[in-house]
Design a protein around this ligand. Structure first.
Ligand code: AMP
Length: 487
């Protein structure tokens, strides 16, 4: 449990959401959708369905293919509407009661909610709600929305939800279910993705289009920033109840790393975008005399193809990944993370030995992965090892739903590029520039058409970090800040 409302271990979650309205196999389709969205969260999953009278729920830790294949789980999730959620949260928050969709019996009846993103004033609101007698069941920021709805003076469910969301700051793509309808909402800046799809007469909501593809649903459109869609027997109604339009600030890291490459995000193929980024990286940071471009699998692959094409150097899978090991980054301790990297990758010697190798990866966060990979490539006999990164240095934490560690744990916060080069152990290291990244994405960062949040690279946060600011104030008052730095 959190010691204070401003506990340092801020809960950060990476998540995927999915929902079906109007299909006899709603729960099974939702399980499939969650399976396609597994990359967005591997710690736990849940589905809440509604059969016209009752709600049914199943939530468990683990991967989707183990959770929903057990016994008669899907058969028990009756009904023609269902919402689901995949979740990954940082250490300390891995509690069963945090597994979403959350469910509550409110004055108007049952209400289920799945949330992708992080709220930036949830701890502050939570403190106020608790002072007024609210009893929180979980430690997830999402529960604040339900408590605000419970005390709302508004009548209808969408109005109560709107009332709650007007008090909320941060990133949210939501799927919600109540007896009357399924609701999808995206925060006013559109930080996290949410798409609308159609399968026959059924309506679908999903974090990414790859989750529509798995069930053979058609992509209809992105839910717009600040838009609420109400889906019921009458079809889809759209409204924009969250106040004046805000500048769109879609998470740039979804394109660089987080979204699946086969998804179309904000109208653009993630794979194609990554290739373009790789091509700009090649122009900005060529590696003269390179023999081979090797991606760090899997996330570095499209950028490495773009880099190789643009520099006319052969692309080879110089590292082979064992697909039966989970993502290294998600293991909770550093020790296991080290072990995970060794289990996961092996050098393909035939394409490495004696070669001047250029490794391409999407990002360096703590540097653990890169260091191990570089050691492995050197051990396989590479003549030289160079590294190119298809994002600018990650110098700032994300507070909107990507699990970057605390700022002080980010390698690029502590070191300049040359020091990182030494730490990682490569002959040369270069990152794409912020301007180059925007160019690859067809935008000018300084121009009016800019539509991305790049806070992890620039520190320019588009939405106020209320909890964090309060926490800094709290730490300043109590000296906690200084204590942590010294530890
Ligand atoms: P690190 O070892 O901490 O430097 O992690 C960097 C590796 O983790 C890169 O190869 C990325 O592909 C991957 N990565 C970067 N950000 C994330 C994230 N938020 N969640 C999971 N993996 C990530």
């Amino acid at each position: 449990m959190r010691a204070t409302p401003f506990d340092d271990d801020k809960l950060r979650e990476e998540c995927g959401v999915f929902g079906v309205y109007g299909h006899d196999d709603a729960a099974a389709l939702t399980a499939l959708g969650l399976h396609a969205l597994q990359h967005r969260g591997q710690e736990a999953s849940g589905i809440v369905s509604h059969d016209g009278t009752d709600f049914h729920a199943h939530r468990a830790p683990g991967l989707v293919d183990s959770i929903f294949t057990e016994g008669d789980v899907i058969a028990r999730l009756k009904g023609a509407s269902a919402i689901g959620h995949n979740r990954y949260a940082t250490t300390g928050a891995a509690l069963t009661r945090n597994i979403q969709p959350l469910y509550a019996d409110l004055a108007f009846g049952g209400f289920a909610l799945g949330h992708n993103g992080n709220l930036t004033n949830a701890q502050t609101l939570r403190g106020q709600l608790v002072e007024n007698g609210a009893l929180f069941h979980s430690t997830t920021d999402t529960e604040v929305i339900i408590h605000l709805m419970a005390v709302s003076q508004q009548g209808s469910v969408p109005d109560r939800l709107t009332d709650a969301l007007r008090q909320i700051k941060g990133a949210y793509s939501l799927v919600a279910l109540h007896a009357g309808s399924m609701i999808g909402v995206r925060d006013p800046n559109g930080l996290r993705p949410l798409v609308l799809g159609k399968l026959g007469k059924a309506h679908i909501l999903a974090s990414e289009t790859c989750a529509l593809d798995i069930i053979g649903a058609d992509f209809v459109r992105d839910v717009a920033p600040g838009e609420m869609v109400l889906i019921d027997g009458e079809g889809v109604r759209s409204c924009r109840p969250l106040g004046p339009d805000q500048p769109k600030r879609f998470c740039i890291f979804e394109h660089i790393y987080f979204a699946r490459p086969d998804s179309v995000v904000e109208g653009t193929s993630v794979y194609q975008m990554r290739k373009k980024i790789g091509a700009v990286l090649a122009a900005e940071a060529p590696c003269d005399g390179a023999d081979v471009i090797v991606p760090v699998p899997d996330s570095g692959v499209p950028a490495a193809i773009g880099y190789a094409e643009a520099s006319s150097v052969p692309f080879e899978f110089g590292i082979i990944r064992n697909h039966y090991v989970g993502r290294t980054f998600i293991q909770p301790t550093d020790q296991i993370r080290h072990l995970g990297v060794r289990m996961k990758h092996n050098a393909n010697r035939a394409y490495i030995a004696g070669k001047k190798v250029v490794l391409v990866d999407d990002s360096i966060v703590r540097g653990t992965t890169s260091r191990k990979i570089v050691d492995m490539i050197r051990a396989a006999g590479a003549a030289e090892v160079h590294m190119r990164i298809s994002s600018p240095p990650t110098r700032h934490s994300c507070f909107y739903g990507i699990d970057t560690p605390r700022t002080e744990d980010l390698l690029a916060h502590k070191m300049n590029v040359d020091a990182i080069r030494g730490f990682v152990g490569v002959d040369s290291l270069a990152y794409i520039s912020v301007d180059g990244l925007y160019r690859a994405m067809g935008q000018d960062r300084a121009g009016a058409g800019r539509s991305y949040c790049d806070a992890c690279f620039t520190g320019e946060y588009p939405v106020a970090l209320t909890d964090n600011d309060n926490a800094s104030g709290h730490r300043r008052m109590t000296g906690l800040n200084e204590k942590r730095v010294k530890q």
